[in-house]
Design a protein around this ligand. Structure first.
Ligand SMILES: [Zn+2]
Length: 120
């Protein structure tokens, strides 16, 4: 490949990477590849980042959930909330709910945040 083209491709790749909110994945967790959850994860990671936190996905399609869980179809993910003060977390959740809209359920569980795509 021409050096000039290679440089342009690399610059585009870096810009795309920087534009995407970074997130971490707990070892063993399988993140969803569904566009709805990619969108949700980007929004949540963006809110987390604006409060100085890096989002960690603790569970996607892996692990054991209730029989009818949307986790199995890749339409739900869990996110780490430990280390975030409760009042701050409440504010962050309000922002996430506002930005994701009514097609998503954002549920604060005892030790994680559960988010699923469940329109209607
Ligand atoms: Zn869950």
């Amino acid at each position: 490949m021409d050096k000039k083209i290679l440089t342009i491709v690399l610059v585009i790749a870096v810009v795309v990477m920087l534009a995407r909110p970074a997130f971490a994945t707990k070892p063993g967790a399988s993140i969803s590849t569904k566009p709805e959850m990619i969108q949700a994860r980007n929004v949540i990671a963006d809110v987390w980042r604006s409060f100085g936190y890096t989002l960690t996905v603790t569970s996607g399609t892996d692990s054991t959930h209730s029989a009818t869980s949307l986790h199995y179809s890749g339409l739900a993910e869990d996110y780490r909330i430990s280390g975030i003060p409760t009042t701050q977390l409440q504010t962050m959740i309000v922002l996430v709910r506002t930005r994701l809209g009514s097609n998503f359920d954002v549920i604060l569980e005892a030790d994680h945040l559960h988010v699923e795509y469940d329109p209607g």
